[in-house]
Design a protein. Structure first.
Lengths: 238, 402
């Protein structure tokens, strides 16, 4: 699904060169549910931007869904983001004054999908995230958890290769946090590949694989045992 | 599909900032409004002049003396009775001819007194100029040959001296300063059907008297000007050329006379009105520029305000061209809105003014097209820079924008 080889990212900040990513290698398989952790400045956000095709790497190879992502023109990057990546942000980033339905329709709009199909798919996606009764609500009429679920519906709706979630629970209370994480788990069980960037250990441990960044390098790549995950679920329920 | 969405978002964004949007387009509204009012008034004035010409001016020519410096015109260059007879004999070309000698005189009746432009003319004059007798009659051949003390007065003078046009048979006194005569009013001439001309003339009043009487008062027997009516269906200018060459042959003079037609007058007047309209429109057009800058300004503000939204749209797959189109469409809608508003208000205002002046109301297709073309152009020209700026935003930076 994702294959990263010897990826480097260097920011030229005046005369100082900042080495944000140093020879990063990573393989992500279809259907994985993983977390990227690390302190701020560790390179996890830069890595996420590169993976999300928002930013290009300085050197190295990045293959997303059998497609080699090089220094492509903005138009093509936009198309790849549209088709293959679903973003979920910490601050929800819904379009203001626009209904949940219209927000979810937006990626399909940019993909050139016709109105009727668009509306139907958007309704299905909102139904899936449990907001079937909130489709006409504007972002300011929704709670934080609901907003984030709209954002997840929007990320899902074009059937992307991967969902990239950048601190998706950072602005949520604990109840909404768990709702969102449960939603991610459910989606992952249905086969959606999900990558969460977080600095919260609690969140990271709910995924199946944790990658830790420090100073632009991956310092840890840990597969979490299935049993342990189930046990943790039980302990929360208890 | 995307275009409809683009329109929807643009309208929504404009609607969300109603007050700001209205103020932004104000400059454009005023610009378009001014241009519409000015062109409509100009067109109305031209239509008025043309209708006057069509009613009265077709085929009318006047022949006068050319004033050139090497050989100044003198009294003996004036037209003689023989010249008039000769021109009158050009029957295939000339329908009627009359001499004309005009003098400012003071006209008085009882204790009322006024200045009047008195034209000495012959009985053919009503064929060569606009004369529309509403009371009494015009001068006859007998009046002219018999040098009778009679005159035709215009409606305005009649109303001033007598309070009405009911003044046939009244005696008035006219004086040039050296000579004084007493004339009986035999006819009243109607005012022109032109708001513009009547307005331009103000208190101007005129009258007609037999040419024979006028030359006698001035102690001359030649005439400075001939007026004539071409035969119907002939090119007025060709008739003018023929009359000119006849006069040149008779008097063995070249380049002494000049001829001009009412058509020349009309096209000159209309050219003048057109030029004036264009100039004033041009000046008013500057406010379009100002309006355009206003739109650019507010679009730049809008781009900054919506930086984050632009970032979101880019992240979920909006191409730069889509963002560009979004803001361009918004700028164009904004300026079109201004254009339509300006056109409507301008139309109403000019309808009011034109109505008050009694001119024909012609809202020209040109003004409508101009309003749309100008406002769209302003929208595009001044929208491109902000839209381009929006389309080039870095999505990462934009998403981080607070």
């Amino acid at each position: 699904m994702i294959s990263v080889k010897d990826l480097n990212k260097v920011y030229e900040n005046g005369s100082i060169a900042v080495h944000a990513l140093k020879s990063v290698n990573l393989e992500v398989k279809e259907g994985e549910f993983m977390a990227i952790t690390g302190p701020s400045g560790s390179g996890k956000s830069t890595f996420m931007n590169v993976i999300g095709c928002l930013d290009g790497a300085t050197s190295g190879i990045y293959i997303l869904d059998d497609e080699k992502i090089e220094d492509l023109p903005d138009n093509e990057l936009a198309e790849i983001r549209n088709r293959k990546i679903g973003f979920v942000f910490q601050s929800f980033n819904l379009i203001p004054r626009t209904s949940a339905l219209k927000n979810v329709e937006l990626p399909m709009m940019y993909a050139g999908i016709s109105g009727r199909v668009r509306k139907q798919k958007a309704l299905e996606a909102l139904e899936k995230v449990g907001l079937g009764d909130r489709v006409e609500h504007k972002p300011n009429e929704l709670s934080g958890g609901q907003k984030q679920r709209v954002a997840i519906a929007r990320a899902l709706v074009n059937n992307p290769a991967i969902i990239l979630a950048d601190e998706p629970t950072g602005n949520l209370d604990s109840k909404s946090t768990q709702e969102v994480m449960d939603l991610f788990k459910k989606l992952n069980e249905e086969g959606v590949t999900i990558l969460i960037v977080t600095h919260e250990q609690e969140i990271a441990e709910q995924t199946n694989r944790i990658i830790s960044f420090l100073d632009g390098e991956i310092i840890m790549d840990k597969i979490i045992e299935k049993e342990k995950l189930e046990k943790k679920d039980q302990s929360i329920e208890a | 599909m995307l275009l409809i969405e683009t329109l929807r978002v643009a309208l929504q964004s404009i609607w969300a900032n109603k007050m700001r949007s209205s103020l932004t387009v104000l400059g454009l509204v005023i610009g378009i409004l001014s241009v519409v009012v000015i062109t409509t008034l100009g067109n109305a004035a031209q239509a008025d002049m043309t209708s006057v010409f069509d009613a009265y001016g077709k085929g009318k020519l006047s022949v006068g003396l050319r004033h050139n410096n090497d050989r100044p015109a003198v009294y003996r260059d004036y037209f003689s009775d023989e010249d008039i007879t000769a021109v009158g004999r050009m029957e295939t070309d000339v329908f009627a001819v009359s001499p004309e000698l005009s003098r400012w005189m003071t006209m008085s009746h009882g204790n009322k007194q006024m200045s009047i432009d008195m034209y000495g003319v012959n009985q053919n004059y009503h064929e060569v100029e606009t004369v529309d007798i509403i009371r009494g009659r015009f001068l006859t051949e007998e009046d002219v040959l018999g040098r009778r003390n009679v005159m035709v007065i215009d409606e305005k003078a009649a109303r001033y001296l007598f309070g009405s046009t009911d003044c046939i048979g009244e005696i008035v006194t006219l004086t040039t300063g050296w000579h004084t005569v007493e004339l009986m009013i035999i006819g009243v001439d109607k005012l022109l059907d032109s708001a513009i001309l009547n307005m331009a003339m103000g208190n101007y009043a005129y009258g007609y008297m037999p040419i024979t009487l006028a030359t006698r008062m001035d102690s001359i027997d030649r005439y400075p000007m001939l007026l004539l009516q071409a035969q119907e269906g002939l090119e007025t200018n060709i008739v003018g050329e023929r009359v000119l060459s006849l006069l040149e042959r008779r008097n063995k003079e070249r380049d002494m006379y000049r001829v001009y037609s009412h058509e020349d007058d009309l096209s000159q007047v209309n050219e003048g009105i057109g030029f004036l309209t264009l100039t004033v429109s041009g000046i008013a057009g500057i406010s379009l520029l100002v309006g355009g800058i206003g739109i650019m300004n507010i679009m730049l503000v809008s781009v900054t305000e919506r930086t984050r939204e632009i970032g979101i749209r880019k992240a979920i797959g909006a191409k730069p061209s889509v963002i560009l189109l979004q803001f361009l469409v918004e700028a164009v809608i904004l300026s079109l809105f201004g254009g339509i508003l300006g056109l409507s208000i301008g139309g109403l205002i000019s309808f009011g003014i034109v109505g008050a002046l009694g001119l024909p109301f012609v809202i020209s297709k040109g003004a409508i097209i101009m309003a749309f073309v100008f406002s769209t152009t302003v929208g595009i020209v001044f929208g491109v820079y902000p839209a381009n700026k929006a389309s080039k935003l870095d999505p990462i930076e934009a998403l981080r924008y607070e």
